[in-house]
Ligand binder design. Sequence first.
Ligand code: CP3
Length: 356
Amino acid sequence: MSANETPASHQPPAATRDSAFLRACRREPVPHTPVWFMRQAGRSLPEYRKVRQGIGMLDSCMRPDLVTEITLQPVRRHGVDAAIYFSDIVVPLKAIGVDLDIKPGVGPVVEQPVRSRADLARLRDLTPEDVPYVTEAIGQLTSELGPTPLIGFAGAPFTLASYLVEGGPSRTYENAKAMMYGDPGLWADLLDRLSAITAAFLKVQIEAGASAVQLFDSWAGALAPADYRRSVLPASAKVFEAVAGYGVPRIHFGVGTGELLGLMGEAGADVVGVDWRVPLDEAVRRVGPGKALQGNLDPTVLFAPREAVEAKTREVLDAAAGLEGHVFNLGHGVMPATDPDALTRLVEYVHTRTAR
Ligand code: CP3
């Protein structure tokens, strides 16, 4: 078997392979436009808040039964076309021993930020033995999901580096950018380290049964295109290349990335995620041919009355009419205060409106 052939054991069952979601990712004809939502599992769902009571976010990510239940909740409730594995982008960092926590209402906080070569030396490789709960949960999930595809995911090197170097969430990324501009050698080595960890984490998920993967470079929109191309794209490209041989669709997403869409496609994705700032008919010009697009309803639209949600949804679908492959999603994650019924109605609306 050549390096680029998909090992037979990683081919999803035929019904999954033929799902609307995977067909759209491959730019094949679909019975309806597939829909899933970033952060579809989470605080918008009362059943999520209930099972998470008294259990920390990172602890919940390490309990296969809980991961399975939480991942399935939005599939049951909304009838979305794909499940996304319930975890967090910092889970692989925690798994290799980085002292970090996810603080409610804040996000990931790193005890000792990575600012020097000695700090970088603490980031060791990730092996499947570091994350046995991922393999176990995905095994449970793929049998419970039936034909519904499971999306695995990881944080992209830049977005992970932003948390590691800043020590927590940031609006400006001043420490990360100071390293990028001031010590490009250390920066490149840090991103390279993170690309190896990220690739290993995605491989664990694919080998356990994930039938697509999404690389979240949520904060890449903070970068100018030249800096992205020089200092970030090579590391993300390495991640995509590392999982290319499995043949599972690779999705690449960031927020505020209008100016980077072409480069994010170039990094090696099969599907490019678009936030709400660039209409999909413009996004396809920026990304170029040969890639599907995912997006891009503004998540705040869901706070408006049903008629307004439907009108904005039609705008997205109209802009997507000429695409070769379209996966409907929000332009970023579901906001915690979103009415879950509005999400269920949105899935129904997209399915009905695009039924062919
Ligand atoms: O349903 C899904 O999409 C899967 C679950 C998922 C989570 N985090 C669960 C989570 C995914 C895909 C992520 C990825 C993630 N985590 C990203 C990239 C996606 C994006 O939103 O851009 C980022 C930047 C993070 C880092 C992170 N983790 C933040 C910013 C927060 C929010 C902090 C807060 O409390 O507002 C988290 C915590 C987190 N990750 C929660 C969930 C459901 C909330 C914690 C809770 O429910 O107690």
